[in-house]
Design a protein around this ligand. Structure first.
Ligand code: UDP
Length: 328
């Protein structure tokens, strides 16, 4: 019988892929999710506990029932636009929710914590390859709330011996190559799923947000990582902690940026279909170029992304997209 790992947000895009990978690695993932943005159908690899991080009593019950050896914390609100409109909701859900979770983790005697943070904690530092040594300067409540949680983890290490691995990453793409799970948000705001919708006529067109950026083709540049490579790093992080590794921060990316136009070109090539495109204005809050250096993860965790090339990410996402998605 494997050991339990509590996965908050396990019904969401990245969390569900983490559960699949944890199961394959011999753990039993216990999903804790309020289903606000997740899907019951995505919980396929272990038990499900419906609950909200604001409910400390519920968390304590779940810890006492499953006795997890570690926590993987994905549950969060994560849309920059919403965070700009309604920062209070972001601070409450992300920071207070995480505080409840961290306190419940420590109270249950669990000392290993893997946290899904973000390159949004760096703010807008165009032209710089972001890595663990880059100073954090978040510019919205989303990035600030994630930075606050990173700092909280530092305090709980000092006072309670809670060891944590923090991953900072940005653009996650692709889907389970077996086609069981994939990316599905409602409403959808991300480039690749919106583009696939436009390709197969579920939306009239993809709007490209801005063509006058100071980049090689005028559109924004991002570093895309395949979701399976990303969750592989999380399991490596968990093993690192179990082997007695000290708390550490890792950036996860490929070090190679793709412009929006390049992603569109790749999609045309992979799907062999036209991409209906409208060229629109810049989206408020978008950084020009975000690229992430992952030398530390490669060196310390032995992380070797195998599916994070653009053609594979789009092919996997396209296969999933054609299967249809989830329903509530
Ligand atoms: N983007 C776009 N049209 C869309 C959605 C996104 O042109 O309908 C661009 C966006 O401006 C950014 C990139 O695609 O440069 C990736 O955006 P996404 O929302 O997928 O991720 P983010 O980088 O905001 O985390």
């Amino acid at each position: 019988m494997g050991q339990h790992v509590l996965v908050t947000g396990g019904a969401g895009y990245i969390g569900a892929h983490a559960c699949k990978t944890l199961k394959a690695a011999g753990y039993i993932p216990v999903t804790f999710d309020n289903l606000a943005n997740g899907w019951r159908e995505a919980v396929r690899y272990g038990p499900f506990e419906q609950g909200d991080l604001s409910d400390r009593a519920r968390l304590e019950k779940v810890f006492s029932q499953w006795q997890p050896v570690a926590v993987m914390h994905f549950a969060a609100l994560s849309l920059v636009g919403d965070a700009m409109r309604d920062p209070g909701t972001y601070w409450r859900a992300n920071v207070l929710g995480s505080l409840n979770l961290i306190e419940a983790t420590v109270a249950a005697g669990c000392r290993n914590f893997v946290f899904s943070s973000t390159c949004a904690t760096y703010g807008d530092q165009d032209g710089v390859v972001l890595d663990e040594d880059t100073p954090q300067q978040p510019i919205n409540a989303y990035g600030k709330s994630k930075q606050a949680i990173e700092q909280m983890l530092g305090d709980f290490k000092t006072s309670h011996g809670l060891q944590s691995v923090v991953f900072r990453y940005f653009n996650v793409a692709g889907a389970d190559p077996d086609g069981e799970i994939g990316e599905f948000h409602q409403p959808e705001t991300h480039l690749i799923p919106l583009m696939l919708d436009a390709i197969d006529g579920k939306r009239p067109a993809l709007t490209v947000f801005g063509t006058d950026y100071p980049t090689r083709d005028g559109t924004c540049i991002r570093d895309y990582v395949h979701v399976m490579d990303l969750v592989d790093a999380h399991v490596r992080g968990l093993r690192w902690l179990e082997a007695g590794g000290a708390s550490q921060v890792f950036c996860l990316g490929t070090g190679k940026g793709f412009s929006v136009r390049e992603v569109i070109d790749q999609s045309r090539a992979v799907t062999n279909r036209e991409v209906p495109v409208i060229y629109g204005d810049r989206r408020a809050g978008d950084a020009v170029s975000l690229v992430c250096g992952s030398a530390r993860a490669v060196r310390e965790l032995g992380w070797q992304p195998t599916r994070s090339n653009m053609a594979t990410m789009i092919a996997d996402a396209w296969r999933w997209h054609q299967n249809g998605g989830f329903s509530k």
